[in-house]
Design a protein. Structure first.
Length: 348
C-alpha cells in the first residue's frame, strides 16, 4: 500500500456557494487543521457546481464518480441529507477512496450494514464528531481513572427544540420518521454515543418511544406540518460493569439545560450540562469526591489542540478532522468508522 500523501486532499459533496452545513462547518473545520485541505467538490447541478467551484477556487464536478476519480482527492466527504447518503457513498467505496459520511450514516440499519460491507478494506469515517470532543475525551479518562469510584448509575435528561417548536421549510424532512434524520437518530444518537464513550456501552436496553406532537408549526406561516418522528424517547439498561443508565430525550423547548448527564459513583459525582447539543456546543463539568456540592472542574491541558475555537460549532469537528488525518497518515483507528456506526448503542 502506497504511503498516504500530505497534505491530504479532500473533496466535499454538498459544498454550496450559498451556505449550508458543509460550507459553515466542514470547510472551516478542515481549513483549521494542518495536513489536510480542500481539493475539489461535487454539486447536484452544473450551475451549482460552477458557482461553488468559483467561490472556493477548486475543481467542481456534477457526480460523485467524477469527484472520486480526481487523483488529487484522497478523502471524499458526504455532507448532504441522510436519504442521499447511500447513493453517494457506494460509488466512492467502489472506487476505493476513503470516505467520511455525515451522521446519521443511513436511513436505516439495512442501508448502514450494506455500506459497511461495501467498504471492504477502504477506510471509512462517520460524523460522530463528539467522540473527538476534548471535554468528553477527558470525561472518559476521569471515569476510567476512578474519579467517581465505581460507577453506580448515569442519568441523562435532554431536550431538542427542533422536534416541537416551529420548523423551517428546509428542515421539514427531519419530521418524517422514514427519512432517517429524526430526533432519535440525530440528537439522541449523538448524545447516547457520547454517554457510552464515558460510562461504557449498553449491554441491554428497555425502551419506550412516542410521538406526542403529531403536528408542528411551519415557521411563522400560520400553517402546520405533520410529524411522524418520535419526540419522546426513554430508555434504561445496564452498561459494561453493571452501572444502570437511564435516558429521557424530549422534543420541544427545554425547561432547563438542553443536555444533562449525572454520573454517580461510590466515591464521587459528576454533573455535565450543555445548553444545546453536547457534541457541538460548549459543555460545563462539575464534580465532587467524598460528598459535598459539585463545583466546576476545568479541562486540563493536553486535550484541546484548538482552544481558540472552544465554544464554536466547529470545535469538535476540527478535532475530528485531525483524528481522520492521523488515521489516514499513520494507519491508526481513532475516528469512528462505518462499523462503529452500524454497531452504535442500541436504539428503540
Amino acid at each position: 500500500m502506497p504511503e498516504p500523501r500530505q497534505p491530504i486532499g479532500v473533496g466535499i459533496v454538498g459544498l454550496s456557494a450559498t451556505g449550508g452545513w458543509a460550507a459553515g462547518a466542514h470547510l472551516p473545520a478542515l481549513s483549521a487543521v494542518d495536513g489536510i485541505e480542500l481539493r475539489a467538490l461535487a454539486a447536484s447541478s452544473e450551475a451549482s457546481a460552477q458557482a461553488a467551484g468559483a467561490a472556493y477556487g477548486v475543481p467542481a464536478y456534477t457526480s460523485v464518480e467524477q469527484l472520486a476519480s480526481d487523483e488529487n482527492v484522497d478523502l471524499v466527504v458526504v455532507a448532504v441529507k441522510v436519504p442521499q447518503h447511500r447513493e453517494l457513498v457506494l460509488p466512492v467505496l467502489k472506487a476505493g477512496v476513503p470516505v467520511l459520511s455525515e451522521w446519521p450514516l443511513a436511513v436505516d440499519l439495512r442501508e448502514a450494514e450494506e455500506m459497511a460491507r461495501a467498504a471492504g478494506t477502504t477506510r471509512t469515517f462517520v460524523g460522530l464528531q463528539g467522540r473527538s470532543s476534548p471535554t468528553f475525551r477527558w470525561l472518559a479518562d476521569l471515569v476510567s481513572e476512578g474519579f467517581v469510584g465505581e460507577v453506580l448509575s448515569a442519568t441523562v435528561v435532554a431536550s431538542s427544540t427542533e422536534w416541537g417548536t416551529p420548523v423551517s421549510p428546509n428542515m421539514v424532512y427531519t419530521l418524517d420518521r422514514k427519512l432517517g434524520a429524526t430526533m432519535l437518530t440525530i440528537a439522541f444518537g449523538h448524545a447516547i454515543d457520547l454517554v457510552s464513550m464515558v460510562v461504557g456501552e449498553l449491554q441491554d436496553v428497555v425502551a419506550t418511544t412516542a410521538t406526542r406532537r403529531r403536528q408542528v408549526p411551519l415557521g411563522r406561516t400560520g400553517q402546520v406540518v405533520p410529524m411522524t418522528a418520535e419526540d419522546q424517547i426513554a430508555i434504561s439498561g445496564t452498561v459494561a460493569g453493571g452501572a444502570v443508565l437511564s435516558v429521557h430525550h424530549r422534543g420541544g423547548a427545554a425547561s432547563g439545560a438542553g443536555f444533562s448527564l449525572i454520573i454517580d459513583g461510590t466515591e464521587g459525582r459528576l454533573e455535565i450540562t450543555a445548553a444545546e447539543f453536547p457534541h457541538i456546543g460548549p459543555v460545563t463539568v462539575c464534580g465532587t469526591r467524598g460528598g459535598g456540592r459539585p463545583t466546576k472542574v476545568t479541562l486540563p491541558s493536553g486535550y484541546d489542540d484548538h482552544p481558540g475555537l472552544a465554544g464554536t460549532v466547529i470545535h469538535t469537528l476540527v478535532h475530528a478532522y485531525a483524528a481522520i488525518r492521523d488515521d489516514l497518515v499513520h494507519r491508526t483507528a481513532i475516528a469512528p468508522d462505518f462499523t462503529h456506526a452500524r454497531q452504535a448503542p442500541p436504539t428503540p
